[in-house]
Design a protein around this ligand. Sequence first.
Ligand code: ATP
Ligand code: LTN
Length: 326
Amino acid sequence: MKRLLTGIKPSGELTLGNYIGAIKQMVAEQDNYETFMFIADMHAITVRQDPKELKERIRKLLALYIACGMDPNKNKIYLQSENEYIASLSWILECHTYYGEASRMIQFKEKSKNNENFSVGLLTYPILMAADILYCDADYVPVGIDQVQHVELARDIATRINNVYGNIFKMPEAMVKESAIKIKDLKDPLKKMSKSEDNPQGSIALLDDINVIRKKIMGATTDSEMRIVYDMDNKPGISNLINIATSLSDYSKEDIEKMFEGKNYGEFKRFVADIVCDEISKIQEKYNELINSDILDKILDEGIKESRKLAKEKYDLLREKVGLIR
Ligand code: ATP
Ligand code: LTN
């Protein structure tokens, strides 16, 4: 079975956008691949974090993953920082990466722009990501479009090391679902819904109170017409709500257009709110069962075992090839 790996940073509250655009897909893939899902906590500290908050966010993220349908029996679910071989491997990879390559990464350029006090970790961030991917010979890496350049860098580093020391790493491939729907901000449907967005009214967090979620949907920006039809260019607000409803139900766009012919926006929004609140209520119910239970620790304890075993093997192999040996 091919191996699929992805990580998610505990850097903010998971949104409905993350759920529809990433988590639901991973849940669907868990039967088709051997999947590794991890919490990229070391990547989160490239910018300063409040330790207490970070610890809480890690636990919340893990509980949400499981509540959304990630099955710990099918996936290796682990915390990146608990696998010390990843950081060790990353150091050897850093020493095989040119400064020019790392500093050309778009995310680095954007995040370091207008900021004199960025950490070196922001520069080496993609190399740690390469270690995440390469230690376990991942075949596929599902990522958002902004991370594709980082997977390309992992391939470049792997190729360089393979050329020098023999066949050490498998070549990973980024898996970008072009068709994946981008959920837009409810208040500004031209922007994507984002967990770091300033306007919380436009973004639905999976852990928002259900009544708040309903209010946010009822208050979504639409347009001055009274037609419920899918037209992303001219009716981005209504089209975004249609996308949300179709992603979380069996209704097609056409079904919805027909059902709401001649009806008003209020009725349509209530329909969308019912679908979203129903789905998120179920997730929250499971989340509440999990968050204070010791199952979460057991899941991480189990997940890290295979991850550490594979990373140690790869690290020892490369260490020896490089000459880091007595
Ligand atoms: P940030 O706001 O900090 O950039 P984010 O919420 O955009 O974070 P990421 O961590 O960049 O989320 O992305 C995690 C995954 O969720 C990626 O696969 C990304 O494509 C997906 N994703 C994020 N936002 C959306 C969205 N609005 N619609 C669909 N998919 C999304
Ligand atoms: N950089 C990614 C998170 C991430 C990741 C990875 C994704 C860290 N390591 C390895 C895939 C594979 C992000 O910001 N979304």
